[in-house]
Design a binder for this molecule. Structure first.
Ligand SMILES: NC(=O)c1ccc[n+]([C@@H]2O[C@H](COP(=O)([O-])OP(=O)(O)OC[C@H]3O[C@@H](n4cnc5c(N)ncnc54)[C@H](OP(=O)(O)O)[C@@H]3O)[C@@H](O)[C@H]2O)c1
Length: 314
């Protein structure tokens, strides 16, 4: 089978299409023929070796985390899935390898894809959906009337976070680029600010929650727009920020929270239900597997509203 992989950490030029054997099914695994794979910032951060502590030094490595596809075969102890089921899910984020013709996963990595959700939209759900859902369910409390600011509201996590914030009754300010303004309004944002024209930190308004998805507003700067008991969420924390947040929270009423999201089959069910019931998933751009170099050059440059996705097969 074809698989995009790399032999050492680096940039796009390390990526290549290789021919590898189709993984062998075991008693407890499910073999999925991949139909679509989404592109995440984690892909190129891991490729660059920015997360070596977790991703280790064993090569070759595959790229791609979340996928959708059709079950090709199941192990003898699998009862929840059968050949022919349409599914979506994710592989271990630090091992990668979804950008391949087949992936081998366990039952807890996947769920059934309803017919109402296309393969390309399904592949865009897991990684960013887990992050957005877990921000609201594990990191912060948002109720009716909570003043929330989301910086980077039309990216992958922003797409889900914006819509979840509105279902919780937040008064939402979305910070986006010029081309994302209409989408942020469509998703229900009460106020939309164009970061290319306005410096959000110079505004008078104070928020209960500031979620930075862009890495552009560190906690020290965000405090200028936070209420006395507000919470800040960093979704791109390194070890330094994790220690800083812990120490800071011992002494201040303003809270500094970090997101370390994890795959969860329960959360995947919730997200699929939400999308099935109308939550919007926007695919800004699609690529073929052979265009992997172009994709991993273009998408990191930004300007993608929602997600970019590889489509495999016909
Ligand atoms: N901690 C965790 O568990 C976890 C899990 C998943 C992802 N992440 C990380 O979380 C981050 C966001 O993920 P994502 O998938 O949502 O990424 P994304 O799709 O690339 O979204 C980032 C957003 O930031 C916006 N942006 C860029 N510069 C900005 C600026 N100066 N001011 C305001 N917004 C700006 C971008 O808008 P334009 O492109 O329109 O400029 C884009 O909408 C990534 O770094 C990712 O690695 C963390």
């Amino acid at each position: 089978m074809k698989k995009v992989s790399y032999q050492k950490y680096g940039g796009v030029n390390e990526l290549e299409i290789t021919e590898t054997p189709i993984p062998e099914i075991t008693e407890t695994t499910v073999l999925v023929k991949v139909k679509a794979v989404s592109i995440n910032p984690l892909d190129w951060k891991i490729l660059a070796g920015e997360m070596k502590l977790m991703s280790g030094s064993k090569f070759p490595k595959g790229i791609g985390i979340d996928f959708s596809g059709v079950v090709e075969a199941v192990g003898s102890s699998i009862s929840r899935f059968k050949k022919g089921d349409a599914v979506l899910g994710s592989v271990d984020q630090f091992k990668g390898g979804a950008l391949a013709e087949y992936v081998l996963v366990t039952e807890k990595d996947i769920t059934i894809k309803p017919e109402t959700i296309s393969f390309e939209k399904a592949a865009a759900i897991p990684v960013v959906g887990f992050a957005a859902l877990q921000i609201f369910n594990k990191v912060i409390t948002v109720n009716k009337g909570t003043e929330v600011l989301i910086n980077g509201a039309t990216g992958g996590i922003g797409m889900f976070a914006t819509q979840i914030a509105k279902t919780k009754g937040a008064i939402l300010t979305a910070v986006v680029s010029e081309k994302g303004m209409d989408l942020a309004k469509k998703w229900g944002s009460d106020f939309v600010i164009n970061y290319q024209k306005e410096n959000i930190l110079a505004g008078e308004k104070l928020y209960d929650v500031v979620i930075d998805l862009s890495g552009q507003i560190p906690f020290d700067k965000a405090r200028a727009i936070m209420k006395a008991r507000a919470t800040y969420v960093n979704t791109i924390p390194g070890p330094k920020q994790i220690i800083e947040s812990f120490l800071h929270n011992l002494f201040s009423k303003q809270k500094y929270k970090v997101l370390l999201s994890k795959p969860s089959v329960a959360d995947l069910h919730t997200l699929v239900n939400n999308v099935n019931e109308g939550m919007d998933v926007v695919i800004a751009k699609t690529y073929r597997m052979d265009d992997f170099k172009e994709a991993y050059k273009e998408v990191p440059r930004g300007g993608i509203l929602g997600k970019a996705v590889f489509i495999l097969g016909e």
